[in-house]
Write a protein that binds this ligand. Structure first.
Ligand SMILES: Cc1cc2nc3c(=O)[nH]c(=O)nc-3n(C[C@H](O)[C@H](O)[C@H](O)COP(=O)(O)O)c2cc1C
Ligand code: SF4
Ligand code: SF4
Length: 257
């Protein structure tokens, strides 16, 4: 039996979770949702792991689910897990609805997992990385058990306000990189380019240039070793966060597989 888990991740939380599933399930591939993928095999289980963005799904995840062909895998066990910082909104139900609407597939198990909250544009990064990571690792254990046992659960629809907030984010997200600035501390190392999951960055004349198909995953801001990338004038004095178990080389390796 073979398994596959699809992921989208900016700062590594969701990749860490996808890796945990892959480790616990037999023969489980890990595939990024940033580019189209053709399923050539029949899988026992198919999973989706992604961060909550504005109470819903990241744009690239919506596009991936809309376009992937699942016709030969209708009998697989489908599960999804969204990682989030404070409030998940509709991010579980939205996946359930999308799979049903586009593919007529019922999500067997949808779950949320609270992890470190990385949205540096709105607030400073917490200093409690160890404590938050320990808590999320504990909460991950029963989720893995449920997936291994192929459990089903009820996925409840939440209020429409959540859907509205996500939709307005999706509409404008691509060009929000116009608000990113790069200061003189930039060394031209290219790490921002390597970690960008959607290849939205080129380094020209030793400085990143943005192409305006951004997902606002914040990997470039968070991974830059010089703290040279900022959002307008709000993030300059804020701490940075990346998942302690995922370094930039690993993130880049999985994104470019
Ligand atoms: C653009 C953006 C929007 C976010 N919106 C939410 C949100 O609505 N609710 C929430 O709890 N966390 C939100 N977060 C925090 C992330 O969901 C959380 O930190 C997630 O685990 C990051 O996963 P990653 O490391 O795989 O990118 C947001 C983060 C980003 C970058
Ligand atoms: S990661 Fe930072 S220092 Fe390196 S090229 Fe990008 S902006 Fe410059
Ligand atoms: S440009 Fe930065 S914020 Fe936008 S998708 Fe790439 S890494 Fe993420």
């Amino acid at each position: 039996m073979e398994n596959i888990v699809f992921y989208f991740s900016g700062t590594g939380n969701s990749l860490k979770v996808a890796k945990s599933f892959s480790k616990e399930l037999e023969n489980c591939e890990i595939i990024s949702m940033t580019k189209p993928y053709i399923l050539t095999k029949q899988y026992d289980s198919i999973g989706f792991v992604y961060p909550t963005y504005f109470w819903g799904l990241p744009k690239r995840v919506i596009e991936f689910i809309e376009n992937v062909n699942l016709d030969n895998n209708r009998n697989a066990y489908f599960y999804s897990v969204t990682t989030y910082g404070g409030d998940v909104g509709n991010a579980v139900y939205q996946m359930y609805k999308l799979l049903h609407k586009k593919h007529g597939i019922k999500l067997n198990y949808g779950q949320k997992l609270q992890m470190f909250s990385n949205y540096i544009i709105m607030y400073d990064m917490s200093e409690k990385i160890d404590e938050i990571t320990k808590n999320s690792n504990e909460k991950l254990v029963p989720i893995i058990e449920a997936i291994k046992a192929k459990r089903n659960n009820n996925i409840n629809k939440l209020t429409n306000i959540f859907g509205f907030v996500n939709k307005s984010f999706i509409k404008k997200v691509s060009t929000m990189d116009k608000n990113f600035t790069v200061n003189d501390n930039c060394t031209g190392c290219g790490i921002c380019k390597e970690v960008c999951p959607v290849k939205n960055i080129e380094v020209e004349n030793n400085e990143p240039q943005y192409s305006h198909h951004c997902e606002q995953c914040l990997a470039c801001i968070q991974f830059c070793p010089q703290k040279a990338i900022n959002y307008k004038n709000v993030t300059q004095n804020r701490k940075r966060y990346t998942n302690p178990e995922i370094n930039y080389k690993e993130l880049s390796k999985y994104n470019n597989k």
